[in-house]
Design a protein around this ligand. Sequence first.
Ligand code: CP
Length: 301
Amino acid sequence: MRHFIHTDTLDITTIHALLTRAKQHEAQMVQADQPYRNRFTANLFFEPSTRTRCSFEVAQKRLGMEVIHLDTDTSSAVKGESLYDTIQTLSALGVEIVVMRHTHLSVYEALMKQNVNCALINAGAGKQAHPTQALLDLYTIQNHFGELDGLVVAMIGDITHSRVVRSNLDLMQRLGIQVILSGPENMRDPELERRAPYVSFSEAIQKADVVMMLRVQLERHQGEIFSDASKYCEHYGLTQARMENMKANAIILHPAPMNRGVEIEDACVEHERSRIFAQMRNGVYVRMAVLDYVLGGIKTC
Ligand code: CP
């Protein structure tokens, strides 16, 4: 049994194997052979989610799995049951995989040390890691450009609170992508800027093959670092006017959910350069590949 918690534990061969398997799933989507029929998986989300939760469920069902949604507000966690005991209980019931979103990455690490009997998949951990999102972003970029090596990806916006940036930085740089960062002064992150250069918004737009806009994450802000949506959009939002300065073949990504009219204008979301809804669709194929991976269905060296 394997866990899927960090991007940095995946070697390059495994990353390519996951992308290739996702492509196979995309090609076979109409007649998926449901290799994991009658095997049980459980989804535990301690933070809100639409895309990750629903695309995992579609992926699990496409593979023939039975899916349990444990409502974290009404589970025995409310009565003080530890997460370790919750997961061991699910295992005793026959669950093999637990897909979990949690506020703290350290929780997954602790559960692995405790040798839980289920494979754990990280569906987003606080501001620290979102490995399946990074993998679906890569998949979407590869689908458009064919190659990844040598591309420039600009991640723009609320850098400091973004788990998407953290997981993408790791994967993209190891695959030869140049990552640049941009956004408001008070949303910069000095630690991340040691790994990727910070540039002005206009430079980021002009240089990038992929313009990835990030959500302003109000729920993670401490103190008022954001006050005015229209001012934010005026200075740091992707608008049709700014899109004019993008490279001819450049595309727009956003992990979503989006604050339309804040970090991105409506017209850019629905624009032909946008791959935002393709990202969501691709999440299903990539998560099918990740489910294969934790069940040992992808060979690695
Ligand atoms: N991109 C993403 O993780 O979206 P959700 O929070 O809706 O799952």
